[in-house]
Design a protein. Structure first.
Length: 190
């Protein structure tokens, strides 16, 4: 092809994305790749083995930190769940006393780590959780066992159940006059 400036330039496409320029004499210049990156960019494209090892060590360290934190939070979550279950069992027992117009007993056995709502099977505490009962002397059935009695008018003998895991403690209290069931979360929130 001849241009208006009196010189000619020809561009030919070759196989595999190479191109060649041929001047007026038809000589081919050195072939170049169309999408070739400069050599310096090609060397920077990957990661070295040392960089990969450093990242792996950091990831393993983070999983170690997170794992310990997760095990503590799982214990706290189990504690909160068990508190909810105990409260539901106490409310069921109180409701049964009112509906059946007869005294009903919510039982706790600290040695066996169980509690039992009226008319239901004993519930075993999850491993690692502890339970302590404070109740009227008349309601003790053993050294570490007893109950909280609910009456048909909704009142009770009163008492409290302490649920704990590690340093965390949660109190569930039953008022004697009204049979009201309340909870007190551990210091620092839930």
């Amino acid at each position: 092809m001849s241009g208006m400036f009196g010189w000619s330039h020809e561009l030919r496409l070759l196989r595999h994305g190479q191109m060649s320029t041929a001047g007026a004499g038809g000589r081919d210049a050195a072939p170049r790749e169309l999408n070739a990156a400069p050599v310096s960019r090609r060397l920077e494209a990957g990661f070295s083995l040392i960089e990969l090892m450093v990242v792996m060590v950091l990831v393993v360290g983070l999983f170690g930190l997170i794992g310990g934190s997760l095990s503590r939070s799982v214990g706290a979550a189990e504690l909160r769940n068990e508190v909810r279950e105990v409260i539901a069992g106490m409310r069921h027992t109180r409701g049964q006393a009112i509906v059946t117009r007869s005294e009903q007993l919510f039982r706790v056995d600290a040695d066996a780590l169980t509690w039992q709502a009226a008319g239901r099977d004993p519930q075993r505490m999850p491993e690692g959780l502890d339970i302590t009962l404070t109740t009227a002397r008349s309601e003790l059935t053993g050294e570490n066992a007893g109950g909280i009695r609910f009456y048909p008018d909704g009142s009770s003998t009163g008492g409290s159940v302490l649920l704990s895991v590690g340093e965390r403690e949660w109190h569930v209290t039953v008022g004697w006059l009204t049979g009201e069931i309340s909870q007190e979360p551990p210091e620092g929130g839930r």
